[in-house]
Write a protein that binds this ligand. Structure first.
Ligand code: ADP
Ligand code: MG
Length: 351
């Protein structure tokens, strides 16, 4: 596998250290990204994200908060009705202004996506080996069909399947095996960034844990960046270095994954962590405790802080005053007015 940085070396360029020299752009930097469907549905509103090589960023939030829209926007895979503004800098190059030829080259090879519901996105009438070989042939003019098939077999072994399974059709594989095939496809062109959108949501608990370990292992071995999307904060806290929590199209909280999980500063982040116990207690997953209702329809967002109608600690002013992300202690940022109000038990602020 090609890796443009050494795996564990002490060089500043190989670590997610923000103090590295200016002029060496991060693997991915998203600035003020907005996605509006059909001119009226703001599904992503001013998102900022950063991922360094070797770093794992988790994006959490309930269904409908804009996570998949954000993931698909990163490679401009959204329908034409979606209008995008902002910047998506992949190795410093803006995906939003790339010409089509360049964009095609970047997809799969610069960054690849393991889609939500991936088990259904394999083509039913083609052998899985041929489907893995396809991006290889597309991206490498010198690759012969035989070489691409050989590589597909190697990739299957890398994700824990026998190379001979290349001959199988999707319906001959279990859900977990199909998800492994999707991950093999995502790895096929040695991308530097892998985006996994709810990669384990449809799988049973044992398989879910296996797939998560596989993704973690692949990311560690190859020094790629990972964006892992899930509604399950506990899974993200176990897998990722940093976490961004999305609500109604906005990042409302971000910080080191374990800190966000253990002591979120935004009431929404706290509700999500209360809803999801740690791995090992997967059977008791349930809807957010003490948080009735659903995220708002982006076509009809409430005024003020969009979370205020569901917020257990909202102030009167929250109905009218929108909140920006702000410093919230311990390398965290949160978009909540209460972050500025020192709480009595706020020793955790300096964690
Ligand atoms: P998540 O992945 O967090 O569940 P999505 O990004 O799928 O959220 O959806 C965010 C919002 O955008 C939802 O309200 C959804 O209904 C809306 N949406 C998603 N895709 C489209 C589309 N193609 N056209 C219009 N609205 C869409
Ligand atoms: Mg989604």
């Amino acid at each position: 596998m090609t890796a443009t940085t050494t795996t564990t070396g002490p060089e500043p360029s190989a670590s997610p250290d923000l103090s590295k020299p200016v002029g060496d752009p991060p693997l991915l930097e998203v600035r003020n990204l907005t996605v509006t469907y059909g001119g009226t549905v703001p599904a992503v509103r001013g998102a900022d994200l950063m991922v360094e090589a070797g770093q794992k960023l988790g994006i959490a939030g309930e269904s409908g908060c804009g996570k998949s829209t954000l993931a698909l926007a990163l490679l401009r895979l959204l329908p034409a009705t979606a209008k995008l503004t902002g910047e998506i800098l992949l190795d410093g190059e803006d995906v939003l202004t790339m010409k089509w030829g360049r964009l095609r080259a970047v997809r799969w090879a610069g960054a690849s996506i393991v889609f939500q519901g991936a088990m259904h996105s394999l083509n039913a009438v083609h052998r899985v080996g041929d489907q893995i070989a396809e991006p290889i042939l597309l991206h490498n003019a010198k690759a012969t069909p035989a070489a691409a098939r050989r590589r597909a077999g190697e990739l299957l072994e890398q994700v824990g399947l026998p190379a001979a399974r290349a001959q199988a059709y999707p319906h001959e594989l279990s859900g977990g095996q199909r998800q492994r095939v999707m991950i093999a496809m995502a790895l096929a062109c040695d991308p530097r960034l892998i985006i996994a959108d709810e990669p384990t949501t449809a799988l049973d608990v044992m398989i879910q844990a296996q797939i998560l370990r596989l993704i973690e292992q692949l990311v560690a071995d190859q020094d790629v960046g990972l964006i892992m999307i899930s509604h399950d904060l506990a899974v993200l806290a176990d897998t990722c270095d940093r976490l961004s929590v999305m609500y109604a199209g906005r990042v409302v909280e971000e910080g080191p994954a374990r800190q966000v999980y253990a002591e979120a500063r935004h009431p929404y982040g706290r509700a999500l962590s209360a809803a999801f116990p740690r791995i090992g207690d997967l059977a008791s997953r349930r809807a957010p405790r003490g948080l009735p209702g659903d995220p708002p329809d982006p076509a009809a967002l409430p005024g003020g802080c969009t979370f205020h109608p569901r917020c257990p600690v909202a102030l009167d002013s929250c109905a009218t005053e929108d909140q920006e992300l702000r410093e919230a202690g311990g390398e965290r940022r949160a978009a909540c007015v209460l972050v500025d109000t020192p709480a009595t038990d706020d020793s955790r602020n300096t964690a």
